[in-house]
Each structure stands twice: as C-alpha cells, then as structure tokens.
Design a protein around this ligand. Structure first.
Ligand SMILES: C[S@@+](CC[C@H](N)C(=O)[O-])C[C@H]1O[C@@H](n2cnc3c(N)ncnc32)[C@H](O)[C@@H]1O
Length: 247
C-alpha cells in the first residue's frame, strides 16, 4: 500500500477528469438553490471538490475512505481559500447513512463503481432531495469487440459497459436523465497519466531491486500503455441525472 500511494496518492487527480468537465456537468444543473448542499463521494485529492466549492457558492461534504485523501482535499481547499464551506468525512461509502434527502446535489467522479454503478445509484437516491441532482463519471466501452488483453485489464472492473447500458441502469434506478457526455483523451492525460509517468520516472531508480516498488511501477506502466494502445475502445462518461420530484 505504501508504494501504491507513493504513485497513485500523489497525483493531482486519482482518476481521469478536469475542471472543465466538472464545470460542464455542473452547468447542466439548472434548478438548484443559491447555496446548494453538495456531497462529493470518493473525493480523492479533491480537484473536483475545490472546483465545486468555487463554482457553486454552496457547501460541500467530501467523503473518502483514505485519511491521506481527506488531508489532501482539506489542504487544497485551504490553498484555494474555500475551506470554510467544506466538511470532510473519512468513511467507507457503503456505510454512508445521511438522513433521507440531505443533499441538493450528489457528485462522484470515478468512484461510484466502488459500490457498483447500479447499487451506488440506488444508494445515492436515498440521500438526494426530490428534484435534486446526481452527477457521476464512470468508465464505458466506446465500441464492441475489445481485444482480449484489454478485457483482461478491465476484469477487476466488472461493470464496465456501453453508454447505452449505463443509460438503461439510470432509467431503471428511477432517475430522469439530464444529459451525458464523453471525456476527451486529454482528460486522461493532463491530470492523471502525464503526472503518473513523471512519478514513475522519479521512482524508477530509487525502487530498483525492490520487488514491491517495482510491481507498483509495472502496474502503473501497464495501465498507461493500455490507454495508449486502446483509447479508442474506452473512456469515461459523465452522467447527470435528477431525482424526480414525485417518485
Ligand atoms: C478513482 S478515485 C477518484 C477520486 C476523485 N473523485 C477524482 O476523480 O480524482 C476513487 C476514490 O475513492 C476512494 N475510495 C476507495 N474505496 C472507497 C470506499 N469504500 N469508500 C469511500 N471512498 C473510497 C479512494 O480513496 C479514491 O480517493
């Protein structure tokens, strides 16, 4: 874990995304209070948390399992001068137990898969107000018949599916779809794989001969090389949906 965190725990983001995409999704929320109460599930280092604080004039509850991530989101919010509207919770998302309808907006970039896309959407529905919004990003197949080594790579992520399949899940989970859009390749590179490559280079010499460290570097390189070879087969998509007023 220590080696893993020295690579993955130090990047500007813990998954693909960008402030531009966070803003694009947020702009789809057309009917929210002046100062919305927002929950950010699996906030990671908090790039999107800070962006939400900046653009919303609302308050954000940022939740993550890892204390290192909670420390980072707090530090980032302080640096940006928005920490007075941030509350952090170090908790397993599957154990969230907010009172029903606690939030105007629930956000989760690249993290809902940890509960399962469908199970996660159902859980979040309890905590969002009627008429409130849920915005999540999730990995999707872009075209059929992915090569077997790519299928194998995504095996740990069994719910990877097409955009159409995800839209079906959203509908049967009782949400109204507002919109969805795909991430461009730059959203994988700029804040995630480019800094990961730099970090790998920094650690390569230091960890030479250290089997645990080398295994983490190998895994990270493999992840990047999958994207370099096969980015036309998969990406992330943002899905923005609304909890109907009368469910
Ligand atoms: C792929 S990262 C996404 C982080 C962030 N939203 C972003 O886009 O940069 C997933 C995050 O979920 C957190 N996480 C993993 N398992 C969790 C759990 N069971 N409950 C809460 N957070 C969890 C990880 O620590 C990590 O920060």
């Amino acid at each position: 874990m220590e080696y893993f965190m020295q690579i993955y725990g130090t990047l500007p983001r813990a998954g693909p995304g960008s402030n531009e995409l966070t803003r694009r999704a947020y702009q789809l929320l057309t009917d929210i209070p002046e100062s919305p109460r927002i929950l950010d599930v699996g906030c990671g280092p908090g790039m999107q948390t800070v962006e939400l604080l900046k653009i919303s004039n609302g308050s954000v509850v940022a939740l993550d399992l890892l204390p290192q991530m909670i420390e980072r989101v707090q530090a980032e919010a302080e640096r940006a001068g928005v920490s007075d509207r941030l509350v952090t919770i170090e908790q397993d998302m599957s154990k969230m137990d907010f009172p029903p309808g606690s939030f105007d907006v629930i956000w989760s970039e690249g993290a809902i898969y940890l509960m399962g896309f469908e199970a996660g959407l159902k859980k979040l529905k309890q905590f969002v107000k009627p008429g409130g919004y849920v915005a999540v990003s999730e990995v999707v197949w872009l075209k059929p018949n992915p090569p077997s080594e790519l299928v194998q790579f995504w095996q740990e992520y069994p719910e990877i599916d097409t955009v159409e399949a995800k839209l079906g899940v959203i509908e049967r989970s009782g949400y109204e779809l507002i919109d969805h859009f795909l991430f461009p390749p730059s959203a994988w590179m700029e804040h995630y794989y480019d800094p990961m490559e730099k970090r790998i280079a920094e650690k390569a010499l230091e960890w030479r001969g250290n089997s645990e460290g080398e295994a983490v570097l190998k895994e990270a390189k493999h992840e990047i090389s999958m994207f370099q070879q096969y980015s036309d087969y998969y990406s992330y998509a943002f899905f923005v949906m609304r909890n109907p007023v009368s469910a």
